[in-house]
Ligand binder design. Structure first.
Ligand SMILES: [Zn+2]
Length: 174
C-alpha cells in the first residue's frame, strides 16, 4: 500500500490592520487554517485585517488554479446539450472565474434559468477553454516577458514574402 506523505507548509501572510493601521505578518499552522481561520493582528489583537497580496503572488496563484482546470471533465459535464446541466455548470464557473477571466457565465446561467437559451450555451466548453488558455498565456508572458520575446512567433511564410522581387522590366543599371 502506498504511503501517504503529508507535506507540512506553514504559511505566513501579510495583512493590513484596520485597527492599528500597521502592516503585519500573520503565521498559520497550515494553508487550510489560513483559509478558514480569522486572522488576528499580532500587534493589537484586532480582527479587521485585509490580506495583502503582491501582484506576483496573485498572478501565480491564479495561474495555478488555471493549470488545474480539467477541460475534459468540464466538457463532459456539458454533454447532452441539456439546459439544466449548462445552468449548473455556468453558475459554478461564473462564481469561480467571472471576476478573474472577465467572463459572464453567471449571467448566462441566470438567463438560462429564466427560460432563455443564450447562444453562448453552444460550445460553452470550448469558449471556457479559450478564456482559460488566453489568461494563462497572458500571465505567463507577464511573468517572463523575456522568454516570450526570445521565442517570437516565426511566420512560416516570412521568407516567401521577404524574397526580393526580381525586376524584369529593366536590366540593372551599371
Ligand atoms: Zn493591529
Amino acid at each position: 500500500m502506498a504511503r501517504l506523505i503529508t507535506l507540512t507548509f506553514m504559511p505566513i501572510y501579510q495583512y493590513n490592520c484596520g485597527d492599528c493601521q500597521k502592516r503585519v505578518d500573520v503565521f498559520f499552522r497550515s494553508v487550510s487554517a489560513a483559509a478558514s481561520k480569522e486572522a488576528i493582528c499580532p500587534q493589537c489583537r484586532g480582527k479587521s485585517l485585509t490580506r495583502v497580496m503582491s501582484t506576483f503572488s496573485r498572478n501565480r496563484s491564479l495561474l495555478q488554479r488555471l493549470d488545474n482546470v480539467d477541460h475534459v471533465h468540464e466538457a463532459s459535464r456539458l454533454l447532452g446539450n441539456d439546459p439544466s446541466a449548462f445552468y449548473h455548470w455556468a453558475k459554478q464557473q461564473g462564481k469561480e472565474w467571472d471576476e478573474s477571466l472577465g467572463t459572464n457565465w453567471e449571467e448566462l446561467a441566470e438567463r438560462t434559468l429564466a427560460g432563455e437559451d443564450p447562444a453562448e450555451r453552444i460550445d460553452a466548453d470550448y469558449t471556457f477553454r479559450y478564456h482559460v488558455e488566453e489568461k494563462k498565456y497572458q500571465l505567463e508572458k507577464e511573468a517572463n516577458p523575456k522568454a516570450f520575446a526570445d521565442s517570437e512567433y516565426e511566420d512560416p511564410y516570412k521568407e516567401y514574402f521577404d524574397r526580393p522581387v526580381q525586376d524584369t522590366s529593366s536590366s540593372s543599371a551599371d
